[in-house]
Design a protein around this ligand. Structure first.
Ligand code: 7PJ
Length: 279
């Protein structure tokens, strides 16, 4: 029997940001590729992230690294559903599904997921309707293009305005599909069809997204924006990622998605202690 842990998205506002640990069950994920494909290894990894401070485990079966090719629905189901069932039955955390595929969303909700995180902001056919039917909170992320080609000369007239307008339009689409406002989280989508300069502009303007009055999720862990500044590989991007996480919290982020849960939890707590409204 799996137990779905309820997740109240709207309650995140004004509270200490949560850390979301990344659990990739894809053989080709770029930073921990291939290490956690087996069920028991995935469970161990999730347990370790929870013990280090993750409140949410984000389970993904499709690699969205730049250039990655797509996976079939069946492959995605085979990868993520057993992992979600196992975590739901054994660990105390919120389980998030990182997927754009409606069939996977539906199955994940039944298996014990309590958050739907879609890098395509529920734009695939039937995704919004299926998400609404599950009754689960959703995370809407901005992406320009598709993973296979998104880093080929991304262009914006104003990245901040365009991302904000996109998110607003997707919020409206969610509301129209029957998803309640208090179940919506937004994410500017760092690294998804963005140059270093675009990413830095979005981080600098993150607080502007607060006008939508919705919780904000950020994911910058190990991403190429760090590599572009430090000229290093994914395995060397921890400290750069911590700096970005601290700045994001200062700018109002409510959930920080990371591969490096322990160090990020410390960075988030310290940054929040500086930024928190007085109690
Ligand atoms: C993100 C994500 C992100 C949200 C990935 C990686 C690439 N979901 N899924 N936001 N990134 N909401 O882990 O580097 O930034 S996959």
């Amino acid at each position: 029997m799996s137990v779905t842990k309820p997740f109240n998205a709207a309650a995140l506002i004004g509270e200490q940001p949560l850390v979301m640990g990344v659990l990739n069950v894809t053989p080709d994920s770029f930073s921990d590729g291939g290490q956690f494909t087996q069920l028991d290894l995935a469970l161990d990894h999730a347990e370790q992230m929870i013990s280090q401070g993750a409140a949410i485990i984000d389970v993904g079966g499709e690699s969205t690294r730049p250039g990655a090719s797509s996976v079939s629905t069946q492959q995605e189901l085979d990868r993520v559903i057993p992992v979600i069932e196992k975590i739901a039955a054994n660990l105390d955390c919120v389980i998030s599904l990182d997927s754009s595929c409606p069939q996977v969303m539906e199955a994940a909700a039944q298996a014990g997921a309590s958050l739907l995180n879609d890098v395509r902001a529920f734009q695939r056919k039937d995704a919004l309707q299926v998400a609404a039917k599950t009754g689960l909170p959703v995370c809407l992320m901005h992406m320009c293009g598709e993973p296979k080609t998104m880093q080929q000369q991304p262009h914006y007239d104003s990245v901040v305005e365009e991302v904000q307008a996109f998110l607003l339009a997707r919020v409206e689409a969610c509301l129209a599909a029957g998803i309640e406002r208090n179940k919506i989280i937004i994410d500017p989508g760092f690294g998804f069809g963005k140059t270093l300069d675009h990413n830095l502009q979005l981080l600098e303007a993150l607080a502007q997204l607060k006008v939508l009055d919705l919780p904000i999720l950020v994911g910058m862990s190990r991403k190429s924006m760090i590599g572009a500044i430090l000229n290093n590989d994914t395995s060397e991007r921890l400290y750069g990622g911590l700096a970005l996480a601290a700045i994001a919290v200062r700018q109002g982020a409510n959930i920080v998605r990371t591969h490096d849960v322990g160090p990020t939890s410390d960075a988030v707590a310290v940054a929040y202690a500086v930024s928190a409204p007085e109690k």
